[in-house]
Design a protein around this ligand. Structure first.
Ligand code: NAD
Length: 496
């Protein structure tokens, strides 16, 4: 059986040591093993990155960007292969994997702007014959730790920007679907990136903790669940590193009585059930304002969900695939059980769907639960499955208070025809990414991605302009070249 290894200093390696099963979630079978890097292996990757740094930081930004142009082309040329790799280990249907990859490639396109983004600021004559400028210097070795649900896109949020800023990178992908991530990183070498600038170590907590503790690592970008994000942020910052740690979510959509209900239903279908709800921006709660809106929404959703098809990633006529593991399947089913036990109404029940030919796959069908209340466990936690819960409220303010009271603040959206209501909502809601009649307001690559509250620990969001700030530090130089013969006298006053 294949073992997915590491990429260190431009070489693939699979040292002896611990391994873990990688599943094909559509069949429920173990398809591969993944190597779990030891402390020594991670230290080797850090050393390779550190050794590559002096030459890479002095490589002109335009030359660094040229690697990204080639990388983009290679990603496009290998798109079908990458989507198949994602499907086999994550379970995403090809159309969804292709969407993920395109959003990832957009971050490579952003990195191609590097020379423009790194120009810095210059001021002439800040004093007599004195000029001053600020430049953005790379940090050195930086690390990324990524989740299973976007094995291509989320790593691409991080390392193209980090590398093009002049840093060297060590990536620790999710051990649950590592193949596409490793393959994509190898394309960077094919694009001309020098050995050691980009390294990938597969692994678990041992690898992560090594990255968090090693003094040579200057910054850590993390995306994953909130409990781990909080741990990463606390540990990395305690060890003197810059850190951004993006966590979990519970994204609400407000359905106003004046909304175009058919449009809202279409949007909710994709946003709640696409990728089996395993997206940090998945819409998992519809907050209907008024019983009339709630009744219409539930009736239309129930009807619209009838043709939805859950099934294997290999059949592109399916709408969405399995969840990632047996444990994830049990957890999602458990959340539906608990909502029902606590008094909610399961309108469409996706527990234990039958998928012909794939009896052992980790499938959960699209599920709609009505009359959910904020005290229910299924409302409080992130389900991360194809489950849409409906909460009924009387007013828009009540809906907004509900969203603001939730521990997460990643994404949200309002469906309405009322511009005044929409403006009030976008202005006041305590959430980082907000949509108006847009169910998944994922910012484009030249903006930045980040939630509020317990969805993001740290000051800077992922990708876009914030990534350039995160992966560089400012140095300000003040310089005088006095004209011949000009000498300043001695002064003990503060220079002004
Ligand atoms: P996870 O937290 O289990 O794993 C993320 C990474 O952390 C993996 O690389 C994993 O190996 C590592 N990790 C896990 N346990 C660890 C531990 N005890 N110590 C050190 N490292 C550890 O997350 P996941 O299940 O892979 O991904 C799903 C979660 O990610 C969801 O909560 C989802 O909302 C979140 N997510 C958030 C965003 C965002 O932008 N906010 C984007 C994608 C996913």
């Amino acid at each position: 059986m294949t073992t997915v290894g590491h990429l260190i200093n431009g070489e693939s390696s699979t040292p002896e040591g611990r391994t873990q099963d990688v599943f094909n979630p559509s069949t429920g079978e173990v398809s591969k093993q993944v190597a779990l890097a030891s402390k020594a292996t991670v230290e080797e990757a850090i050393a390779a990155a550190e050794a590559a740094f002096p030459a890479w930081r002095n490589t002109p930004p335009a030359k660094r960007a040229r690697v990204m142009f080639k990388f983009k082309q290679l990603l496009e040329d290998n798109s079908d292969k990458i989507c198949e790799m994602i499907g086999e280990e994550h379970g995403k249907i090809a159309h969804d994997a292709a969407g993920e990859l395109i959003r990832g490639i957009e971050n490579v396109e952003f990195a191609c702007y590097a020379p423009q983004l790194l120009k810095g600021e210059h001021s002439k004559n800040v004093g007599p014959e004195i000029d001053s400028w600020s430049e953005m210097q790379p940090l050195g070795v930086v690390a990324g730790i990524t989740p299973f649900n976007f094995p291509a896109m989320v790593p691409l949020w991080m390392y193209p920007a980090a590398i093009v800023c002049g840093n060297c990178f060590v990536l620790k992908p999710s051990e649950r679907d590592p193949t596409s991530t490793l393959f994509i990183a190898s394309l960077l070498l094919e694009a001309g990136l020098p050995a050691g600038v980009m390294n990938v170590v597969n692994g678990d907590k041992e690898a992560v903790d090594t990255l968090l503790e090693d003094k040579r690592v200057k910054a850590v970008s993390f995306v994953g669940s909130t409990a781990i994000a909080e741990y990463i942020y606390a540990t990395a910052t305690k060890n003197g590193k810059r850190c951004q740690a993006l966590g979990g979510a519970k994204n609400h959509a407000i359905i106003m009585p004046d909304a175009d209900m058919d449009n809202a239903v279409n949007q909710l279908l994709g946003a709640a059930f696409g990728s089996s709800g395993e997206r940090c921006m998945a819409l998992s709660v519809a907050v209907a304002v008024g019983d009339a809106a709630a009744d219409t929404l539930v009736a239309k959703m129930k009807e619209a969900m009838k043709p939805l098809k859950v099934g294997a990633h290999s059949d592109s006529s399916n709408d969405f695939g399995p969840v990632i593991t047996k444990a994830a399947q049990n957890k999602v089913n458990g959340c539906i059980d608990s909502a029902e036990a606590q008094g909610a109404t399961v309108v469409v029940d996706g527990r234990n769907p039958s998928v012909a030919g794939f009896d052992n796959g980790f499938f959960v069908g699209a599920t709609l639960i009505d009359n959910v209340t904020p005290d229910m466990d299924s409302y409080k936690e992130e389900i991360f499955g194809p489950v849409l819960q409906v909460v009924r409220v009387e007013t828009m303010q009540e809906a907004m208070d509900l969203i603001d009271a939730h521990e997460y603040g990643n994404g949200t959206c309002i469906f309405t025809r009322d511009g005044e209501a929409a403006r009030y909502f976008t202005d006041n809601i305590q959430v980082g990414m907000v949509g108006v009649n847009i169910p998944l307001p994922v910012p484009v690559s030249y903006h930045s991605f980040g939630g509020w509250k317990r969805s993001l620990f740290g000051d800077l969001s992922a990708y876009g302009p914030d990534a350039i700030k995160f992966y560089t530090r400012r140095k300000t130089v003040t310089q005088r070249w006095p004209s011949a013969g000009v000498r300043e006298g001695v002064s003990f006053a503060f220079p002004s």
